[in-house]
Write a protein that binds this ligand. Structure first.
Ligand code: F0G
Length: 458
């Protein structure tokens, strides 16, 4: 029998960014002077940077060529019309409002639709979405399926909305709910996908209560790939067909183009309702820019348009999701506890099982992040107690059910040799886990404390 060929990167590398190697001693010093906060490191002090998959993608030659075609017109840029066409082809929404990044689209949407004291149900809010709801004095409500909180459950669509809970919530509070949202894939729950049947059913419930239904679409193509792999009836559909069906159930979306549009900056709000568009676009002039550029240069819009068409290519997604799985499988082989199944854009180390001797108030995921940096120059990001912040009424830490270190894989940037380094570094930290202690604050800012906090070792 001939061997089956291994799957390698579906691209050639034309431009490289050299990275400086550091020694373990240097890293131990640098993280200590950064107050044991990974956000305090300079990128040049990091060998493999897994802080985020946002704005860190390598663009294609086709996207770079598009950069040269930016017309930079204040009004009516040709690049805007190309972006609008790309959004209409993939997502099908009538109106497109470019914004400088995803959170700006959230800002405009909630400015228009949300009033003080109203609820926004979502499977699981991302921090900025939650932040914008709170900023309007709204109440974010997470209604994700209970499986999402079970780190080892093999449930294939842990991003699913709990439909019963949603129906019940709307029955009780519908007068106070201006819209329903769903985040695909579900970043805060481990990069877990939402099934097509769940998107459809969520939309039906929203329609029954006459509520607009919006998708937080950052990682829409990765979500579609999981549907193709895991959901019956979608094996033979193209990714584009799956994407079009997903969005056909929604009234609009917020999009951070820094993820699945394969660019370094940008986003948009896309929707069908002309009246909402009109109000959002006039507010947009104030916060973002004229509606045909929204805080972006023409060249940025061109790169987004091209990225949206590239990201639905199946060879790309096979490689992309395959690389994240490659890392996750290696970690499982080494016995390192991770959130399963392996998500779309990141592998999430399960700090509760990794460092069971460190209580949550001593920030086990943060301590793990520090050790992984010292071990291999790898920078992850804490998604745990530090990020969760404090409960405004009790003042105590708002302990999350999952305590994780996210190893977020930038798109088309690192090779599988880098994944090997990450896996060995994690395995080494795991082997010496009993010697690792917790952390305590030396500085804590009252808002978004994870960015600026400083710690000391216990
Ligand atoms: N929604 C989700 C699900 C996200 O993951 C992000 C960003 C946003 C909205 C906001 O988009 O950054 O363009 O303003 N997530 C990044 C991350 C920051 O690292 O997960 P943005």
């Amino acid at each position: 029998m001939p061997r089956s060929l291994p799957q390698a990167e579906p691209f050639r590398i034309k431009v490289v960014e050299p990275v400086k190697m550091t020694t373990r001693e240097e890293r131990a010093r640098k993280i200590e002077s950064a107050g044991f906060n990974l956000f305090g490191l300079k990128s040049t002090e990091v060998y493999i940077d897994l802080l985020t998959d946002s704005g860190t993608s390598a663009m294609s030659d086709n996207q770079w060529a598009g950069i040269m075609l930016g017309d930079e017109a204040y009004a009516g840029s040709k690049n805007f019309y190309n972006l609008q066409a790309a959004v209409q082809e993939t997502m099908g929404f009538a109106h497109v409002l470019p914004t400088h990044q995803g959170r700006a689209a959230e800002h405009l949407l909630f400015q228009v639709l949300l009033k003080e004291g109203q609820y926004v149900p979502n499977n699981m809010h991302f921090d900025t979405t939650k932040g914008h709801v709170l900023n309007k004095k709204g109440l974010p409500v997470d209604l994700v399926t209970a499986e999402a909180y079970d780190a080892t459950s093999p449930y294939p669509f842990k991003g699913d909305m709990d439909l019963q809970k949603l129906e019940q919530f709307l029955t009780e509070h519908h007068a106070q709910v201006p819209l329903v949202m769903i985040t695909i894939t579900c970043n805060s729950g481990g990069g877990q996908p939402v099934s097509m049947s769940n998107i459809r059913a969520t939309s039906q419930i929203a329609r029954k209560f006459k509520k607009p239904f919006f998708i937080d679409a950052c990682r829409f193509a990765e979500n579609a790939f999981f549907i193709k792999q895991r959901e019956k009836g979608y094996e033979d559909k193209t990714i584009l067909e799956i994407v079009q069906e997903m969005f056909s159930y929604a009234d609009g979306c917020t999009m951070s183009a820094k993820k699945d549009a394969l660019v370094n900056i940008g986003g948009f709000l896309a929707l069908n309702d002309f009246e909402v568009y009109q109000v959002a676009s006039s507010l947009g002039v104030l916060f973002e820019g004229f509606p045909t550029y929204g805080g972006l240069a023409g060249r940025d819009m061109e790169a987004i348009a091209r990225g949206l068409r590239e990201v639905v290519e199946e060879d790309y997604l096979t490689y992309r999701i395959g690389q994240v799985k490659y890392l996750g499988d290696k970690l499982l082989d080494y016995g390192v506890p991770i959130i399963e199944p392996i998500g779309g854009h990141a592998v999430y180390l399960d700090a509760i099982r990794f460092l069971p001797h460190i209580p949550q108030h001593q920030f086990p995921a943060q301590a793990l992040g520090v050790e992984l940096y010292i071990e291999g120059g790898v920078r992850g990001v804490e998604i745990g107690t530090c990020l969760a912040g404090r409960n405004p009424s009790t003042g105590d830490h708002d302990y999350p059910k999952l305590e994780m270190l996210r190893l977020t894989i930038p798109r088309r940037v690192y090779t599988n040799r880098h994944m090997d380094v990450i896996a060995v570094a994690c395995a080494n930290v795991y082997e010496r886990r009993e010697q690792i202690g917790g952390l305590e604050f030396t500085y804590e800012s009252p808002i978004l404390r994870h960015f600026t906090a400083k710690f000391k070792r216990m």
